[in-house]
Design a protein around this ligand. Structure first.
Ligand SMILES: CCCCC/C=C/C(=O)SCCNC(=O)CCNC(=O)[C@H](O)C(C)(C)COP(=O)(O)OP(=O)(O)OC[C@H]1O[C@@H](n2cnc3c(N)ncnc32)[C@H](O)[C@@H]1OP(=O)(O)O
Length: 261
């Protein structure tokens, strides 16, 4: 039986779908998770009744732990290639969506989890000091590709992105708000109602005008990836299968396990 990684609840009266990521323990983005997510986004995109999506998590304290490291460690080049195509597809569907996308970030959101959040149109994060968000790839000894970087630049600007990416910074909620990585903080109990009320404000704008504006802002980066999609896959595979990078990933996973014990 196929496992479900996300729950999608469509409210036909408002035209808003809520996607809840539901892959305990940490909503890590595996090949299967990413594939299911992209299919769900495509289905919603084709549903003429759906105008907006709220992306959140059902896993306590975690929005998403980012890409599933086990999909990049000790795997064949073919597997790594398939995995990276799924990462690209998730981003293309989310960043390129014509729907209004709001991230209700109800937990920590490192790396690929942060990418999902900054690919949305608006971000509201639970104001809890232990939660953090950021592109921390350098801390794993890996390099965020140009489209991760450009998505962040479009969100917080060039200087803040350079600082953030080089140091692999993860921000607590007030810091994330200050740097512009999130747009608003909210208490846990009000997060979803606030997300719905922000959605109502966005729904009041005529779709065609908002969609063309969104596309005008995002198309250059999307087109850049589409033009060199296969080269981007090959770059990833060449990079991630290097002995030195595999060693870094191994050490990072050991560090995660030690932290636990
Ligand atoms: C060219 C290359 C570019 C590639 C771009 C890469 C993008 C990425 O997204 S790389 C992934 C980066 N992610 C992280 O650095 C997050 C690592 N995880 C954490 O920091 C924490 O786990 C946490 C804050 C998300 C949650 O902390 P906590 O609630 O304390 O849970 P645990 O640390 O005990 O984790 C439980 C369990 O899950 C495993 N795990 C955590 N993150 C991942 C992950 N990203 N992929 C796979 N597995 C992950 C962790 O090892 C634990 O496993 P067990 O010990 O077997 O229970």
């Amino acid at each position: 039986q196929r496992r479900m990684f996300t729950n999608v609840e469509m409210d036909n009266s408002t035209g808003v779908a809520v996607i809840k990521m539901n892959s305990p323990p940490v909503n890590s983005l595996s090949l299967e998770f990413l594939t299911e997510f992209a299919i769900n986004m495509e289905k919603l995109e084709m549903d003429r009744g759906c105008r907006g999506v709220i992306l959140t998590s059902s896993v306590p304290r975690i929005f998403s732990a980012g890409l599933d490291i086990t999909e990049m460690y000790g795997k064949t080049p073919e597997h790594c290639g398939a995995f990276w195509r799924a990462v690209q597809e998730m981003w293309l569907k989310l960043y390129g969506s014509s729907m209004i996308t709001i991230a209700a970030i109800n937990g920590s959101s490192p790396a690929g989890g942060c990418l999902m959040a900054i690919s949305c149109d608006y971000r509201i994060m639970t104001d809890y000091p232990k939660y953090s968000i950021g592109l921390n790839e350098t801390k794993l000894g890996i390099v965020a590709p140009f489209w991760f970087k450009d998505t962040m630049i479009n969100c917080i600007g060039n200087r803040a992105t350079e600082h953030s990416l080089q140091l692999g910074l993860q921000y607590n909620p007030p810091e994330a708000l200050k740097v512009g990585l999130v747009d608003q903080l909210e208490t846990e109990d009000k997060l979803m109602t606030t997300a719905s009320s922000v959605m109502s404000q966005w729904l009041a704008i005529p779709d065609h005008a908002r969609q063309i504006t969104k596309s005008m802002m995002r198309k250059p980066i999307i087109d850049q990836l589409l033009r060199q999609r296969e080269a981007d896959v090959q770059n990833f595979v060449k990079f991630i299968t290097k002995d030195s990078i595999q060693k870094s990933l191994q050490m990072y996973m050991e560090m995660l396990k030690q932290k636990k014990g």
